[in-house]
Design a binder for this molecule. Structure first.
Ligand code: SAM
Ligand code: SF4
Length: 497
């Protein structure tokens, strides 16, 4: 380890930026209590479970004891009811929309040693690289040409990819203007998945125009966390646990949580996420904008997935998605290309709102147009590498409209404002119009003939629903919408309500 790296590991954590959030010296995850709550939830009464489902259907976040009861359900009939409720909640809050994005990996140098990750410092097989800003722009241009408007930018934790670098890369991708069929395409929202930072550093990201800030706790269980994060900055559980608290204090008002399923008992992780949402809500009035639930995938030099006693079966994966959908009903839910196409098809109807497509996670892999995945320059191996065009067409076949909308963020509908709008169903009404506008843009700029046919059929259905919905007449939105749609058909771009 060079001196610069050693200094980085020593100096990154600001103890007072953890201590200020602790209560009585403790964080909000009480491992013993969570285990006790899961045990106490065993064999829940049918009537109680139905009451909990009804609460979730009214878009109220569940209490930990209620989540514990759902996690313990064994009755098949109740699981069917919970499955239906999960889909209903998704439609109530987010309608039939699904948002797509592309990950853009900027660096794979990392001072940490997470046992599950190909980027960890001890993996000598990894080809290490931090993209220059020109290379980042090139990657973003390639992603724009596929048709994506949203990125999740991903970084290892290393002095070469600190806050200043991240801020520069955010500004770089917003600069990109890529020529496409009918004009110019741009990245309209850059979300970030990066290591926890200090408030001072987080303010730099906010100034650069960060979208959502995503930090996964990986596992909420303290002891297991220490086992799988043996060294580096990431060895500090609480520095990570309060990463999003600091972000909200720094002015970033869209934050996203997640756990890496397969590291510890999946029921415990679901409870951990509920506690995380509660603490954010209690302190800031803002819950997580999205929830991620990646499962451990094979990675170069990593054999944890053969050894971990906690790998999650497909059947349990389905259950955890349903319980998360019911427990935190207002949050978006992200399923990624870590999962196979078949699995995504089964899980999306349970309440997912976002997914990636045309995904490349090798550093610089969009520009190289690499056909095959390369284990020595990516974090883990993907389960689904289908193109955005194929995925949009599949969604259309499932009755889903792919939304490329980023309007909410650009009109200030973020943070606590979007939370209220989501809970009341009003945000969904604006989103429906913007989904149609951005979908039409995408079809005209990018769709193959086959996809265009399926997608135009979805647009017709959406237009019928919009025309019949009294909400739009009352709000006099229809006139503006019709005008914008006409202008988009004539080649104008980036019109939103
Ligand atoms: N280095 C930053 C950090 O750890 O916070 C950025 C995140 S990392 C590049 C993105 C996420 O990928 C991690 O938070 C972890 O949950 C997930 N991940 C790591 N290894 C994985 C694997 N083998 N399979 C699936 N997901 C993995
Ligand atoms: Fe580094 Fe993040 Fe991978 Fe851990 S998960 S080794 S912190 S890139």
């Amino acid at each position: 380890m060079t001196t610069a790296v050693k200094d980085f590991v020593t100096n990154t954590i600001k103890r007072d930026e953890i201590d200020r959030y602790l209560i009585g010296g403790k964080d909000f995850i009480d491992d013993t209590l969570i285990h006790a709550q899961i045990a106490a939830g065993a064999r829940p009464e049918k009537s109680r479970v139905r009451g909990i489902i009804a609460k979730a259907l009214s878009i109220q976040r569940l209490d930990p004891e209620e989540t514990a009861a759902l996690l313990n359900v064994e009755d098949e009939e109740l699981w069917e009811e919970m499955t239906r409720a999960a889909g209903d909640i998704k439609r109530k809050v987010y309608d039939n929309r699904i948002v797509t994005f592309a990950p853009l990996y900027c660096s794979n140098l990392c001072v940490n040693n997470c046992l599950y990750c190909g980027f960890r410092v001890d993996n000598i097989h990894e080809r290490r690289r931090t993209l220059t800003l020109d290379e980042v722009r090139k990657e973003a241009e390639m992603v724009c040409k596929i048709g994506h408007k949203r990125l999740i930018m991903v970084y290892g934790e290393h002095p070469s990819s600190g806050a200043d670098y991240i801020a520069d890369t955010i500004e770089a991708v917003y600069d990109v203007k890529a020529p496409v069929r009918n004009g110019i395409a741009q990245i309209r929202r850059a979300n970030i998945n990066a290591a926890p930072m200090s408030v001072v550093d987080l303010k730099k990201l906010w100034k650069a125009g960060i979208g959502t800030y995503q930090v996964f706790q990986e596992t909420y269980h303290h002891k297991r966390y220490s086992e799988v994060h043996p060294s580096g900055v990431k060895a500090d559980y609480q520095w990570r646990l309060y990463a999003l608290h600091r972000a909200l204090d720094a002015g970033i008002d869209d934050v996203a949580i997640g756990a890496l399923f397969g590291l510890y008992d999946w029921r415990f992780e679901v409870m951990g996420m509920v506690y995380h949402a509660i603490d954010l809500e209690d302190r800031f009035g803002i819950g997580p904008h999205t929830i991620s639930f990646p499962r451990l995938n094979p990675a170069e030099g990593m054999d944890l997935n053969n050894k971990s006693p906690y790998m999650v079966s497909d059947a349990d994966f389905r259950k955890l998605v349903i319980v998360l959908r019911l427990s935190i009903p207002y949050s978006g839910m992200i399923i990624t290309a870590r999962e196979s196409a078949g699995m995504r098809r089964k899980i999306i109807p349970l309440g997912c709102t976002q997914t990636d497509a045309s995904t490349r996670i090798g550093i610089g892999a969009y520009s190289d147009a690499a056909e095959e995945q390369e284990s020595d320059r990516q974090q883990f191996m993907l389960g689904d590498t289908r193109s955005l065009d194929d995925v949009v067409r599949e969604f259309a076949g499932m009755g889903l409209i792919t939304s490329f909308c980023t309007a909410g963020y650009r009109c200030g509908r973020t943070g606590d404002k979007i939370m209220k709008l989501l809970k009341s169903g009003v945000e969904g009404k604006f989103c429906k119009l913007n989904a149609v506008l951005t979908y039409k843009e995408w079809i005209d700029d990018f769709a193959s003939d086959k996809t265009r046919e399926a997608a135009e059929a979805i647009i017709q259905k959406e237009l019928e629903q919009i025309k019949a919905d009294p909400f739009y007449k009352n709000k006099k939105l229809l006139t503006t919408f019709d005008d914008y749609l006409g202008r988009i058909i004539n080649g104008e771009r980036d019109l939103y309500i």
